[in-house]
Design a binder for this molecule. Sequence first.
Ligand code: NAD
Length: 490
Amino acid sequence: MAEKLQTLIAGQWRHASGPEYTTEYPHDGSTVARLHAATVADVDEAVQCAEKARQHPAWAKLKHHERAGMLYRIANGIRERSEELAQLQRLDNGKPIKECRALVASAASTFQFFGAAAETWEDTITPSRGDFLSMSVNEPLGVVGAITPWNSPIASEAQKLAPALAAGCAMVFKPAEITPRMAIELAKIAQMAGIPDGIISVLPGKGSIVGDALVKHPLIKRIAFTGGTNVGMGIQRLAAEKLMPTSLELGGKSPTIVCADADLDHAVAGVLYGIFSSSGESCIAGSRAFVHESVYNEFKSRLLAGVKNLRVGDPSREDTHMGPLVNLGHRASVERYVQMGRDEGGTVLAGGVRPTGSYFDGGSYYLPTVFEGLPNSARMCQEEIFGPVLALLPWKDEADLIAQCNDNMFGLASGIWSRDFKTAWRIGRALQTGTVWINTYKVFSISTPFSGVKMSGYGQEKGRLGILEYTSQKSFYWGLNESPMPWAST
Ligand code: NAD
């Protein structure tokens, strides 16, 4: 019998009040955990309690270094349980274990970084333009909500919780229904680190019930959302009703550009990793590869040789490159896109099917898939598939290349492979994306901000100034002399 999970609601470890449901291991469909979904009443209880907890002196009056100490202890708590957390993350969404370990390590670093940011945070004395001292200070927004997707739970949850705690907020989480585990474990670690009861609650369940109630709750002062563009737009509409700030980290259809002078082996490895790691279930997946026509055939044959060498299989194995997709429903969606690509006239050069053999029967596996012969305007090249599907597109003229890359509603990330830094800089500045990788892909640093443009969303995660997203700014003016006010003699 699968383990039954409790969650943390309003300072109590208990079952949520809604119906029981199960989560499944994508490798073989076995049940991983049983737990209860939260209800609208649970949302209200968690938020009301968070509001009291965040105003209590035990949290509100902490000095910067004391709050930072708690974040450092969370970082250490994650590190002490790192292997266990990586294995739990693997069971939740089927990511290969090596990727899960990297996500756990990044979550620990995120708490350490924002601990340091909290400890060294300074209010600002602004240049005075009169006989007064002027200051700008930042204050916690209050109770904030976090809504997260299933593809990289521990990392995306840490990226919201760490700056929120550093700013002095309380946070109510709504993790993806199918991957609730990491948020629950983070809440345990945070409690052990001394975060007061009520400051963090975790409410598993459906977005349309729990997420919706969280967004609408009058005491929720901000929503940090990562997920699909349509859901993000719905959240923004609701947020407008109470002028609530949000950050929306949404979908992508990222172009990678291979220039004529690129180091082809390096570029092939980068493009393979960019699209097929995490089985393409990554917002920044490099799903459109624009390859200069002079190297197109050579690049294509090296890429296809690389695809043949990718090991698709059990995510618990150290040598697995690609695990299963997150579930059968998502695989069906990827299959519909592959069919659409065929119907639009594309040629499948690799994959385009499920792997065969009884080993794969219980899981939601799909082979790495490469298309060519599609124009950039094809739906398959325009819409986010969120799966292991790459479109190869030849290019000749740089202005036309840039126009094609930018001719997409998303603007999350892009990659450029060129030996000439001037070319890379010129193209990079012209691309409408929040992140540009040059001669690398999918590398991240917690100190570097992350955000999309266009329909990939807005609002900074990561980077020292990420804390500001969880604060409101207040100005002070202190009169410095006894000179009379303008109307003193009236
Ligand atoms: P999703 O939008 O379906 O769900 C995301 C979260 O929103 C889940 O917790 C879900 O339960 C909740 N939700 C759904 N409907 C809701 C509603 N009406 N009100 C409030 N909450 C609601 O996305 P997903 O399928 O879980 O994740 C995949 C998407 O996430 C992809 O589009 C991907 O690009 C995006 N993503 C973006 C980033 C980024 O940083 N830009 C990172 C990871 C994933």
